[in-house]
Design a protein around this ligand. Structure first.
Ligand code: SF4
Ligand code: SF4
Length: 248
């Protein structure tokens, strides 16, 4: 195992998010410290399930794994705090149809905007940090959303009063994926798909466990979601609807 690289760097944004979260949910101090990158004993545990290699934080001093379970319907914080909703080409077809658009260009003009942002992701091969610069179409979380709102936590307009998603059957792939994020890389001329957690401080579903045994069914279920989403991202790039540049 190598020291884990996290998608989000320690930041005021994560600290603020955790402070807000702790008003409504108990946050284990160790889980909080992992989010903030305050521990030096967090290792990157690799677990391959189906076609996805998971990178799960493992705390060597206490022998704990960081795992997750969704607390919906008691929680819908991710729909209140999403920083953006990037779309795959499959999402564009499904959501435009769901919203009643017969003309895709009209949907793109009224409901989406294009923006660019940077993420840091893990490289399992070298234990080094990869910086990805993404340019993608994004679904507007509010009708007046503009490029300047990219990254700002905004309550999504599709979250209804009961805490449900009003476009649930066609919601963006990134919503199905949360709180995981994924990336693909070439290993020995084969495409491999990897996933880890978005530790943004917005999700109260993280907890610690000594064994991953009870977690395997969830990881199996998510391996299909993650693989399909990552393939959709790759097709979106191939079709010219997104661009990802990677630098080390
Ligand atoms: S924030 Fe986390 S626990 Fe809450 S609904 Fe979203 S994924 Fe589930
Ligand atoms: S589209 Fe639906 S699932 Fe996604 S953030 Fe909005 S309300 Fe939540």
């Amino acid at each position: 195992m190598s020291p884990i690289n996290r998608e989000y760097e320690k930041s005021d944004r994560v600290l603020m998010a955790l402070e807000n979260l702790s008003k409504d949910w108990p946050i284990d101090p160790l889980v909080r410290d992992i989010h903030l990158g305050l521990r030096s004993d967090v290792m990157d545990y690799h677990l391959k399930i189906n076609q996805v290699t998971y990178h799960i934080p493992y705390i060597s001093e206490t022998s704990d794994f960081l795992v997750w379970n969704c607390l919906w319907p008691d929680c819908h914080n991710c729909c209140e705090k999403q920083g953006r909703l990037p779309l795959t080409i499959k999402d564009v077809s499904a959501i435009s149809k769901h919203l009643g658009y017969s003309d895709r260009s009209e949907f793109l003009k009224k409901e989406t905007y294009v923006t660019t942002w940077k993420n840091s992701t893990a490289s399992s091969q070298k234990g080094s940090q990869l910086i990805t610069t993404l340019t993608m179409l994004n679904l507007k979380r509010r009708e007046t959303e503009r490029e300047e709102d990219n990254g700002k936590p905004i309550t999504c307009r599709f979250l209804d009063e009961d805490g449900c998603c009003s476009i649930n059957s066609s919601k963006p792939g990134v919503c199905w994926l949360y709180p995981f994020y994924s990336w693909s890389q070439n290993e020995n001329n084969k495409l491999s798909v990897h996933a880890s957690y978005q530790l943004t401080g917005d999700c109260p579903g993280f907890f610690l466990t000594k064994s991953l045994e009870d977690y395997i069914p969830l990881l199996k279920k998510y391996s299909e979601i993650i693989y399909s989403y990552t393939m959709n991202i790759n097709s979106t790039i191939r079709e010219g609807f997104a661009r990802i540049d990677i630098t080390e």
